[in-house]
Structures are given as structure tokens and as C-alpha cells.
Design a protein around this ligand. Sequence first.
Ligand SMILES: [Zn+2]
Length: 165
Amino acid sequence: MGLERFAAEWRESYVEGASKDGANHANECVFCRLGSLAVDESTGVIARGEQAFVVLNAYPYGSGHLLVVPYRHVSSLSALSDDESEELFSLIRTASRAIDQAYEPEGQNIGFNLGRAAGAGVPNHLHGHLLPRWNGDTNFMTSLGETRVLPESLGRTWQKITAVW
Ligand SMILES: [Zn+2]
């Protein structure tokens, strides 16, 4: 039940951001809020570092979709300090390994969408995506269109990833 509230709050934040033409302020930012929360299944937070954290995507493109996010509200890679950049990439490596161990996928998509034009849902707070992939799952997801039917719950994803972190 906790994760449902997490997802609802996330959706609210998207709506607030959209209503301000992308002029999302830090106090309304879902990633700024998530960055202050504890590692717990109810918050979706997987791991916390000094400069950045790892959290479930509340609207995953597939099972095991993780986000790596700096605590600081910045929108570009060039705005990161060396320390932030270093830890962000270190968390990406750990998350990638955890996805391999938990899901044994045939591939992974890892990347950043910068700006709304590139598909970022929260364009003003930098976040990297990690998504396990299997041969043939592109067509599967495409055929589903906007309907996101997932084989597992967010709570199950949280349990599988934290078990191998
Ligand atoms: Zn933010």
C-alpha cells in the first residue's frame, strides 16, 4: 500500500510540473522529496550515497526499472561537481550489477534524457535510467502501447534489487 501512495505523489508532481510549463521549482520536485526519504519498500528508495541515490521508477517501462539521481536539483551533467559525477556513475555501476544479479537479463538500457524534447518526465532534476532488456521485449512493449502491464509489482522489484545490492 505504501508504494501506491509513492506512485500517487509522483504522479501529482508530474501534473504540477506540467501545469507550470516545466517551470518546476525545487520544493515541488519529486526527486528532491525522494532524496530526503529513507531506504524502504514504502518509499521506493533502493540505496542512498553521499551525493546521489537510487530509487524505483514509479512508472516503469518494464520490471526492474531503476533511477539514479543526484540529491542536488540540477538539470544537466555539466552542472554536477566532480564528487557528484563520480558517485553517480559508481551507483550506476552498482545498480547495473544488481539488475544483472536480480533479473539475469540479456541486455540493459542505461541512459539520461535531458530536457522534455528528449522525453524527460522531470526535466529540471537530472536522473539516469537503468532498464533490464530481453531479446524480443521491444515488440512486446510496443504492442502494449501506453498500457503498462508489468509481470511484477514495484514492491517485488524493490525486494529483488535490495536483496542483491
Ligand atoms: Zn529536484
